[in-house]
Design a protein around this ligand. Structure first.
Ligand code: IPE
Ligand code: IPE
Ligand code: MG
Length: 249
């Protein structure tokens, strides 16, 4: 995040419709680095800078919820040194930026499975969440060790346990009951999901929540992300006709 006061200024363009919740699949760090003849981990490092630019944009445009895909449940299949580099960068990012989050009223939540994470990572997660728990501005969700199918499977298991314990009957299970078991309980669904690097897939991100999201895919690699790309994406979103299964008014 920049150190400048992050407020919508007269220079911030107005859009017909702004998404309330944006999901971002930050992809292409490795390919960006390779294209420059650098090791992949340099791409992850540059990706953190791009992430700071993204958070600054979300604050500037007064977006309510921003959910970023930082590490998927499938990313553990990568080489150990790359995993360690990503985890180290994330730890440093949280540690160094947490006071800026507080200063900009940004609340941080980590979405994903906690079981199996190391004590150090759990501690970092708890610290980030508790230190920003009072913040009422941008709600920043970091999807870490996150998988959409895993999230739904965990919700189903928890509901099955509730039925077994007699807390709820099968007839009471509906969409809202399931939603309460997801990491995004009580948050609006993403209106817009965008992904960098030209890949046009969800890769297990927010499967349930994306039912009626608008998708924008752009070719730039994640480390190239900037305010212009953000504005282009908002522009594209604001021109979309969302029908939710109905007809245009
Ligand atoms: C996104 O960039 C970062 C993570 C998945 C952690 P990648 O590392 O996937 O970069 P590419 O897709 O291999 O270029
Ligand atoms: C999705 O990117 C996960 C994150 C951005 C954290 P991947 O690079 O892991 O996705 P695939 O493997 O190309 O689908
Ligand atoms: Mg990738």
């Amino acid at each position: 995040m920049s150190n400048e006061p992050a407020i919508a200024t007269s220079e911030s363009p107005a859009y017909a419709v702004l998404p309330r919740h944006i999901g971002v699949i930050m992809d292409g760090n490795g390919r960006w680095a390779t294209a420059q003849g650098k090791p992949r981990n340099e791409g992850h490092r540059a990706g953190v800078e791009a992430l700071r630019r993204l958070v600054a944009c979300a604050v500037e445009f007064e977006i309510d919820y921003l959910t970023i895909f930082s590490f998927s449940s499938e990313n553990w299949t990568r080489p150990a040194d790359e995993i360690n580099a990503i985890l180290g960068l994330m730890k440093r990012f949280i540690a160094s930026d947490i006071s800026k989050f507080v200063a900009h009223n940004v609340r941080v939540r980590i979405l994903g499975r906690r079981e199996g994470l190391t004590k150090a990572i759990l501690q970092m997660i708890e610290q980030a969440e508790s230190r920003t728990a009072h913040c009422t501005g941008l709600q920043l969700n970091v999807a870490f060790n996150y998988g959409g199918r895993q999230e739904i499977a965990d919700a189903v298991r928890s509901l099955a346990q509730d039925v077994a314990d007699g807390k709820i009957s099968p007839e009471q299970i509906d969409e809202s009951v399931i939603e309460q078991k997801l990491y995004t309980a009580n948050m609006p669904d993403p209106d817009l999901i965008f992904r960098s690097s030209g890949e046009e897939r969800l890769s297990n991100f927010l499967l349930w929540q994306s039912a009626y999201a608008e998708f924008v895919f752009f070719d730039e690699f994640w480390p190239e992300f900037n305010r212009d790309i953000f504005m282009r994406t908002l522009d594209e979103f604001s021109g979309r006709k969302r029908r939710f299964g109905g007809v245009n008014p």
